[in-house]
Design a protein around this ligand. Structure first.
Ligand code: PPS
Length: 571
C-alpha cells in the first residue's frame, strides 16, 4: 500500500473529523459566529476538506498567502501557486478576533466545517491581481471577481471538516481523491493521464487524449471542472451529458470520467501548475497541458493575457519538484487526406487541414447550421443543440426606454400584436403601467424605487426569455447602469436582448401630455418627474433608436421586427 501511495500522489491531507468528533463539533458550533459560504468558497472548501488541495490544512493565513502571491510557494517552501483564502464582509470580520472559531455553512445553513481563525487582514487586492494574474485589467474574469465580488477582509485558519457540501447531480461521477485512488488501485491502473477541461469535448479532444494516454502507456481520466469556470461557458449539466457520450468512444476499460468541483480562476500558467498538483493528489501520474491552458482569452486591448505555451513552460520549469509528469500538447488539426487529427506541427507540407474555431462552432450552433461529422460526434452535437437551440427557437426581450409620453407603450403594443400574428412563441407585455400595478404597486419614483422596479422587470423578462418566450418591456428606465443590469440578466440566461430607445424629445412629450402629468409636474404637484425634475440618461448602445416624429407606430414596430430578423431571432 505504501509503495502504491508513492506511485499515486503521495500523502493526502483529508480534513474531516471522525463521525463522533464531528457530532461534538456540530454542537459546539452552535455558539460560533456563522459565515454562509459563497459558491466559490463552497468549491474551495470541498477540495480543501477532501485533500484535493493537499498539503493545505485550511484557508491560507496572511504570511502564506503573501508568499504564494509573490513566489508561488508556501512559507515552508512547498510549491503552491494559488492563494486559497476566505474572503468575508467587513461586518462579519468586525465581530472576530484571531483565536476565535467560526462556523462555515452552505446556503441552506448546513454546517460544512469550522475554522480556527489564525489571521484576519485586509488584503491589497490590486497587488494580488498583479501577482496571481499578471494583470489588473478587469476584463480578466479572475481579476474582476477579486476586485468586485470577493469580500474586503480575508480570514485564514485550520479547518475541521464536519460534512461535505451536498451535490444532487451526477452523484455517480463525483469522487474524492481517496475514492479515485481507490478505483485506480481496484482497476490496476498504475499510470494515469488526467485531462482537464471546461468545454464540451469533440473529436480533436478525443484523439488528443487517447494519443496522450498511448504515448504515456497509461490509462485516461477525463477530469472536467464542474465548479466555476469562465462566465459564459457551456453549463456543466450539458457538458457532463456530452462527456458521457464521449466516454463511449474510447476502448472499453481504458478511460474513466470523474467530476472536479473546482472554482477556476482562469490564471493561465499559474493555474496550470495548480491543476497539475491537484491531479497528482487524485493519484494521476501524468497531466495533459495544451495550448493556452486555463487562459481567459483576450483582454481590454484584445491581446491574450498569456502566451499559448506559457503554461507548458512554467510546468517544465518546475518539473523536478512536481510529482506528476506533464504531457504537453500542441494545437490539433484535422488532416483531410488521412481522415485523422494530428498536432499541427506534424502535418506535412501540402496536406490540406480543416479546423473550426470555437467562435465559428458557436456561430453554427446559434444559427442552426450544419456541423460536420469530422468535427464532433452526432450525440454530442444533439446534446448541445438541445440546450443551445438556434436563435430562432430561443426567447428574447425587447426593452423599450424613453420619456413618459414618448410613445413606448403604443409601439410596444403594435410590436406585441405583430409578434403574436407570427406565432410560435408566447408574448408577454411588461408595460410601465402594468408593472407598477401588478409587481411594483408599493413603489414610488425615487432612484432606489425606480431601480427596484426595473430590476423586477428584468428578472421577470429574463425568466420568460429563458423559457423560450418573448417579453416586451416598456418602462421609462431612466438609468443606464440599471438598464445594463437588465441586459446582463437576460443575456446571461442565454436569451436575446434588444434595447429600443424611443427618442421623442421632451418638448414633444410635454406638448402631447396625454395624461396631464407634465402640467402637474411643472406646477410642482408631481415631484421627481422624469425630464422635468428627475434625470433621464440617454442610452449609448441601444440596438434601435426610434423618433416618433418620423415613424408611425406601425412602421416603428416593423423596423423592430426587421432588426429581430437580422439578428436571427425571427425566421
Ligand atoms: S420607471 O422610472 O421606469 O420606474 O418608471 P415607470 O415604471 O415606467 O413608470 C412611469 C409611469 O408612471 C407615471 N409617473 C411618472 N413617471 C415619471 N416620473 C414620475 N415622477 C411619475 N409619476 C407617475 C407615468 O405615467 C409613466 O408612464 P408612461 O407610460 O411612461 O408615460
Amino acid at each position: 500500500m505504501g509503495a502504491f501511495k508513492e506511485a499515486h500522489g503521495g500523502a493526502l491531507k483529508e480534513l474531516y473529523l471522525a463521525p463522533e468528533a464531528a457530532e461534538a463539533e456540530k454542537a459546539r458550533a452552535r455558539d460560533y459566529a456563522s459565515w454562509d459560504l459563497t459558491a466559490r468558497q463552497l468549491c474551495d472548501i470541498e477540495l480543501l476538506l477532501n485533500g484535493a488541495f493537499s498539503p493545505l490544512e485550511g484557508f491560507l493565513g496572511k504570511a502564506d498567502a503573501d508568499s504564494v502571491i509573490a513566489d508561488m510557494r508556501l512559507q515552508d517552501g512547498t510549491l503552491w501557486p494559488m492563494p486559497v483564502t476566505l474572503d468575508v464582509s467587513e461586518a462579519f470580520a468586525e465581530g472576530l478576533k484571531e483565536g476565535d472559531a467560526i462556523a462555515l455553512r452552505d446556503a441552506e445553513g448546513v454546517l460544512v466545517a469550522t475554522m480556527d481563525v489564525s489571521d484576519i487582514w485586509a488584503p491589497d487586492k490590486r497587488a494580488e491581481a498583479a501577482g496571481v494574474f499578471g494583470t489588473t485589467d478587469e476584463t480578466h474574469p479572475g481579476v474582476h471577481y477579486l476586485l468586485h465580488e470577493a469580500g474586503p477582509v480575508y480570514l485564514g485558519g485550520r479547518l475541521k471538516g464536519v460534512e461535505p457540501p451536498t451535490h444532487y447531480d451526477f452523484k455517480h461521477l463525483r469522487h474524492s481523491p481517496a475514492q479515485v485512488r481507490q478505483l485506480f488501485q481496484q482497476w490496476g491502473w498504475r499510470r494515469v493521464v488526467a485531462f482537464q477541461t471546461r468545454n464540451p469535448m469533440h473529436r480533436a479532444h478525443h484523439d488528443l487524449t487517447f494519443r496522450a494516454a498511448r504515448e504515456a502507456e497509461a490509462n485516461l481520466l477525463i477530469h472536467p471542472v464542474v465548479g466555476m469556470t469562465k462566465p459564459g461557458d457551456v453549463d456543466h449539466f450539458t457538458r457532463v451529458r456530452c462527456y458521457e457520450h464521449i466516454l463511449e468512444q474510447y476502448p472499453i476499460q481504458t478511460t474513466a470520467l470523474s467530476l472536479l468541483p473546482l472554482a477556476m480562476r482562469m490564471a493561465g500558467p499559474r493555474e496550470a501548475l495548480w491543476h497539475a498538483i491537484i491531479r497528482k493528489n487524485y493519484g494521476c501520474t501524468h497531466f495533459i497541458v495544451g495550448r493556452d491552458h486555463a487562459g481567459p482569452g483576450g483582454g481590454a486591448d484584445g491581446e491574450p493575457f498569456y502566451g499559448p505555451y506559457d503554461a507548458q513552460e512554467l510546468i517544465t520549469a518546475h518539473a523536478e519538484e512536481l510529482d506528476i509528469t506533464m504531457v504537453p500538447f500542441r494545437h490539433m488539426v484535422y488532416v483531410q487526406d488521412r481522415a485523422q487529427f494530428l498536432p499541427a506541427d506534424e502535418v506535412a507540407e501540402g496536406e490540406s487541414v480543416l479546423t473550426i474555431s470555437g467562435t465559428e462552432f458557436r456561430r453554427r450552433l446559434r444559427e442552426g447550421l450544419e456541423i460536420e461529422d469530422w468535427f464532433s460526434y452526432p450525440a454530442v452535437i444533439e446534446e448541445l443543440r438541445r440546450s443551445h437551440p438556434s436563435l430562432h427557437l430561443r426567447g428574447f426581450t425587447v426593452f423599450f426606454t424613453g420619456l413618459s409620453g414618448s410613445g413606448k407603450s403604443t409601439i410596444a403594443n403594435a410590436l406585441m400584436v405583430k409578434l403574436m400574428e407570427m406565432g410560435g412563441r408566447r408574448v408577454t407585455l411588461l408595460d410601465g403601467d402594468i408593472v407598477r400595478k401588478n409587481l411594483s404597486s408599493e413603489l414610488g419614483f425615487s432612484k432606489e424605487h425606480r431601480d427596484l422596479n426595473i430590476l423586477r422587470i428584468g428578472f421577470v423578462a429574463s425568466e420568460i426569455a429563458k423559457h423560450g418566450g418573448i417579453s416586451v418591456c416598456a418602462p421609462i428606465a431612466p438609468y443606464a447602469s440599471t438598464r445594463r443590469k437588465v441586459r446582463d440578466m437576460v443575456e446571461g440566461s442565454g436569451a436575446g436582448f434588444l434595447e429600443v430607445y424611443v427618442s421623442t424629445p421632451l418638448e414633444i412629450c410635454e406638448e402631447r401630455d396625454r395624461k396631464g402629468l407634465y402640467a402637474k409636474a411643472r406646477a410642482g404637484l408631481i415631484k421627481e418627474f422624469t425630464g422635468i425634475s428627475d434625470p433621464y440618461e440617454v442610452p449609448e448602445r441601444a440596438e434601435i433608436t426610434i423618433d416618433t416624429q418620423d415613424l408611425t407606430p406601425d412602421l416603428a414596430a416593423h423596423k423592430i421586427i426587421l432588426t429581430l430578423e437580422r439578428m436571427g431571432y425571427i425566421r
